[in-house]
Design a protein around this ligand. Structure first.
Ligand code: SF4
Ligand code: SF4
Length: 299
């Protein structure tokens, strides 16, 4: 995080904001535009600026990990609105989606250990009763008789409360439905974490622990780019993959085909077939967040 916007150098953005008034006064005195001093969030950059920012981010990450890292900035495609389906009748709770997600998305491995997908074990007799869900069950013994499994991750809400509360506009919803975070713009206030009703956001309390030999070097600026200490992160439907026509890593890893993904605007897509043929439900519907993540029972 730097005062110069994405990839800029020097003062951290938080320190910078803390000194806000003094800086504004100094800017006025020097004839410099405040905007130039504080930089801009990724979504406000011109195409030329984006190219510069991506190249700089790639250089920095390559130097940080001692191996080549690419930082992509692929934007949303017209006519695409992503949706995700999860078949609760198939999920066996093996957590392979969690492992694949970690491998793909470069979260901190230990202290803090960050995982964007949480799989809950629930009692069949109680149904979807989140108050009695167990997120720490033994994965070796699945599926346990009398239980079913419910993976939870960012629901990419159409009305995301996390976006509404961010005081600096560091998180927003893209036109293809993905809610993203600009890690260089996040000030680490964690308001979005408090606002998210799904526990889908995670905070880097310490310098992320990501060994160079575990790094996925193909990254997206708003997705799996390695994060600094003090910022919030979350699932992006694997933005670095899906904007290039690939499936999210969790979809590919699921051994029982419980995960479905695609373009909600395409009548031929798998997710549209699910929406049209199955009874789907969303988590905490009463909150009005309108998730783009749908649960269903195929059988
Ligand atoms: S699930 Fe949480 S983090 Fe994801 S869009 Fe909804 S409110 Fe935001
Ligand atoms: S990989 Fe598939 S079956 Fe395993 S926990 Fe994840 S969704 Fe369920």
């Amino acid at each position: 995080m730097s005062a110069g916007g994405p990839g800029g150098g020097g003062l951290s953005r938080r320190q910078f904001l803390g000194r806000g008034l003094a800086v504004v006064a100094a800017a006025a005195a020097s004839g410099c535009r405040v905007e130039e001093l504080i930089g801009r969030s990724f979504r406000e950059l011109s195409r030329d600026d984006v190219a510069r920012v991506l190249a700089r981010a790639a250089r920095r990450q390559s130097a940080r990990f001692g191996r080549p890292v690419t930082v992509d900035g692929a934007g949303p495609l017209p006519g695409v609105d992503f949706g995700y389906g999860l078949d609760l009748s198939r999920c066996i709770g093996c957590r392979r989606c969690v492992t694949a997600c970690v491998k793909e998305n470069n979260p901190s491995r230990r202290r803090p250990q960050i995982q964007w997908i949480k799989v809950l074990e629930l009692d069949k007799a109680r149904g979807v009763d989140l108050a009695h869900a167990d997120a720490y069950y033994e994965a070796d013994a699945v599926p346990r008789p009398g239980h079913f499994y419910m993976p939870v991750q960012c629901q990419q809400c159409r009305k995301p409360p996390c976006v509404k509360v961010c005081p600096v506009g560091a998180t927003w919803k893209e036109p293809d439905g993905i809610v993203v975070v600009d890690y260089d713009w996040c000030i680490g206030c964690r308001c979005c974490m408090s606002a998210c009703p799904y526990g889908a956001r995670h905070f880097n309390w310490a310098e992320p622990d990501l060994p160079a030999d575990e790094l996925n070097p193909s990254t997206h600026y708003l997705g799996n780019r390695p994060r600094p200490k003090g910022v919030v992160e979350k699932c992006t439907f694997c933005i670095q993959r899906v904007r290039h026509g690939r499936y999210p890593a969790c979809v590919e890893a699921c051994p029982v085909g419980a995960r479905k993904f695609g373009n909600l605007l395409d009548p031929e897509s798998e997710i549209r077939q699910v929406m049209e043929r199955k009874r789907v439900f969303v988590l905490k519907e009463d909150l009005g967040t309108q998730p783009q993540f749908y649960y269903f029972y195929a059988t």
